[in-house]
Design a protein around this ligand. Structure first.
Ligand SMILES: O=P(O)(O)OC[C@H]1O[C@](O)(COP(=O)(O)O)[C@@H](O)[C@@H]1O
Ligand SMILES: [Mn+2]
Length: 644
């Protein structure tokens, strides 16, 4: 091993004793059961549902409570404890109202603290003490550790001592704080690591809150979805990506995310919209049920929606022309329009156009932005690139995100691996080099990172490639032949709205194909799975999220409210602990209020995806590999420095 490296290591481990202690510690960790991984995808701005899933650990919290207390606590008490762990602040408020006097409340506090400590002890049994310490509420670490670590003998001798600690906490008015801290600690203990398999942004109202939660989360990685990449693209200088995020925000009545949350001034866009557009049925926003919106607001959004959509359609054209290898010339739709007859020719067929809004289009040069449009998009880009909050969120996406991830033997990817009909890797030539499968994804990621690193470049290959990732035929995130946004606004015939999926989406039912993909990514096909998001699983129509004899798991059950009627459920999540994998189907996310009142959680149906024959240990995981490398280095250090 490199001497310089060992010298550096010796600075940290400057005595034989320290090296030996660390070696023992690492060896011990390697032999603990692997921590629980939690997979979610396609959150689409649905913060409320997302945070509920984090709070209940996809059912893990309740499972642990039931396991520990089923024979000693009533169902009612179990429900109370469960909701207390999910929403401690709110539940405490509700419970405290139920007591008539201080003694009753005091007893309840004492009993609840003991239950929670027991629960923490139970849920942390597979972690080291130092790991648990990091999860404990800082203010109470000492107290909780005193309560946690007691042997049978100590219990006999020290019972009064423990009781006194709890009594003091209560009489000093710290019980609420301690209970809240213990509840959050419990939430954290049931999940060791979170994977977000793409699509945090768009459609739903609070993607920013999801981002803030992820930034604070103890351990997370992200596999970018097509919608996330669109936001990264906008921040990195792609005007067409920017037009898209604004169009989608207008379409779902979410412009307040742009304006109020990210502080981007929409005034210039509104002025343009007021001048050139009027009401238009095809562009009225989809407003969430229960949300109030005035007629005037609706009209304003409808106008802005048209203004930004037209800017988007125009901006697509020069990119398609300067990048022939995108193979998108059929999307030069504004050139196929007969502006006098209001008709369009698509693949030899002529269609009538409805709800048109072409006031700014010059039929002789349809891709040309009028001056005001140019000014608007330039100002918007400036604003987006100078939003401090957006910068924080996009930097986090870049830091924790990748196009795909190999983790503990599984391949995590939002969309697909583009395949041809025979199941071969689809190939794409970029700058004279042919790429397919893993290589294609790697070059996509290279371009995305380059674009992000060069936000001042707006028309270069890398920035255009980010848009390709959103909408290109061989994009691993999109996975469809073409995006028919224009047709869905302006043509009635639904035939034209179809977006043909890449063969991957039917070939992935086939085990051999999945094995081939896993092998291409350097994974052992006997022991690995592909974990996918992106396409809502239509449980309602009997679609099975577990495909290819268990090799393929699709976890997009549709957190997105807008898609729940087509899926029939409210989302899938996946849990992978030392005993195997479980897919959880969430029937629906009860409102917090409902849950607090009635005390029961929404039933989560579980399916066992895979059961480990032997319990999986840290040694066999990604983290384990890193620890083994550390062990090797420390052993070398021991020989080199101390065993002479
Ligand atoms: O339902 P909407 O908002 O019109 O969006 C439809 C568009 O969204 C997409 O499905 C992409 O979004 P998803 O990644 O959520 O599937 C496009 O293929 C399609 O054109
Ligand atoms: Mn998607």
């Amino acid at each position: 091993m490199n001497k310089k490296y060992l010298d550096l290591l010796a600075e940290k481990y400057d005595s034989e004793e320290k090296v030996i202690n660390e070696l023992i510690n690492l060896e011990a960790i390697l032999n603990l059961p692997k921590g629980t991984e939690h997979f979610v995808s396609d959150l689409h701005g649905e913060f409320q549902s997302f945070q509920h899933v984090l709070r209940n650990g996809s059912g893990r919290v309740r499972e642990k409570i039931v396991e520990l207390f089923f024979s000693v606590l009533s169902e009612e008490k179990i429900n109370e404890l469960t909701t207390l762990v999910y929403y401690p602040e709110d539940k405490l408020q509700l419970i405290k109202h139920n007591f008539g006097n201080n003694e009753e409340l005091h007893d309840w506090y004492a009993e609840t603290i003991k239950h929670l400590v027991k629960l923490i002890s139970f849920a942390s049994s597979k972690y080291t003490r130092s790991k648990l310490r990091r999860a404990l509420p800082k203010q109470f670490v000492y107290i909780i550790e005193e309560l946690l670590y007691k042997t049978e003998d100590e219990l006999l001798n020290k019972e009064p001592y423990y009781n006194i600690i709890v009594e003091r906490v209560i009489s000093l008015g710290q019980a609420d704080k301690l209970i809240i801290g213990l509840a959050y600690c419990m939430q954290r203990l049931v999940v060791d690591h979170l994977h977000v398999v793409g699509d945090i942004y768009d459609r739903g109202p609070q993607p920013d809150k999801i981002m803030d939660t992820l930034i604070d989360y103890h351990s997370v990685d992200i596999q970018w979805g097509n919608h996330d990449v669109l936001w990264i693209g906008a921040f990195s200088g792609s005007k067409v990506c920017l037009a898209n995020i604004l169009r989608i925000s207008a379409r779902y009545d979410n412009l307040d995310i742009i304006e109020d949350v990210y502080g981007i001034n929409l005034r210039p866009l509104l002025n343009l919209a007021e001048k050139y557009y009027t009401d238009n049925a095809a562009f009225r926003p989809k407003v969430q049920t229960g949300k109030k919106i005035t007629d005037q607001e609706r009209l304003q959004i409808t106008k802005m929606h048209q203004a930004i959509a037209m800017i988007q359609f125009k901006l697509e054209m020069p990119i398609i022309k300067r990048r022939p290898f995108f193979n998108m010339s059929e999307r030069l739709l504004l050139e196929n329009i007969d502006y006098d007859k209001n008709e369009i020719k698509i693949q030899g067929k002529t269609y009538k156009l409805e709800n048109t809004c072409f006031a700014t289009v010059n039929p002789d040069n349809p891709e040309r932005l009028i001056e005001e449009e140019q000014e608007v998009i330039d100002k918007l880009l400036f604003s987006v690139q100078h939003s401090e909050k957006l910068a924080r969120h996009i930097h986090f996406l870049m830091k924790k995100g990748n196009l795909y991830l190999k983790y503990n033997g599984n391949l995590l990817i939002h969309g697909c691996i583009p395949l041809d009909e025979k199941g071969n890797m689809e190939e794409m030539v970029i700058e004279d080099t042919t790429y397919g499968g893993r290589d294609l994804l790697d070059i996509f990621e290279y371009h995305l990172r380059y674009a992000f690193a060069h936000p001042e470049e707006t028309d270069d290959l890398s920035t255009d490639m980010v848009w390709y990732l959103w909408t290109g035929e061989y994009s691993s995130l999109f996975g469809k032949r073409a995006m028919t946004t224009f047709e869905r606004y302006f043509i009635k015939d639904k035939e034209t709205h179809k977006e043909t999926k890449n063969p991957y989406y039917y070939l992935r039912e086939n085990e051999d194909i999945c094995r081939k993909i896993l092998t291409d990514f350097g994974l052992d096909p006997d022991h690995s799975h592909i974990i996918n998001g992106h396409t809502p699983v239509k449980e309602i129509e009997g679609e099975n999220p577990i495909k290819a004899n268990g090799k393929m798991i699709v976890i997009d059950g549709g957190f997105s409210k807008a898609y729940q009627s087509t899926t029939g459920i409210a989302g899938y999540t996946l849990l992978y602990n030392s005993y195997g994998m479980k897919l959880v189907a969430h029937k629906h996310f009860n409102s917090k209020e409902n849950l607090l009142e009635n005390g029961t959680d929404v039933l989560s149906v579980k399916r066992v995806v895979d059961e480990e024959v032997e319990r999986k240990m840290v040694r066999e995981t990604n983290v384990g590999q890193e620890l083994l490398e550390e062990v090797a280095a420390l052993k070398s250090l021991l020989e080199y420095r101390y065993m002479k």
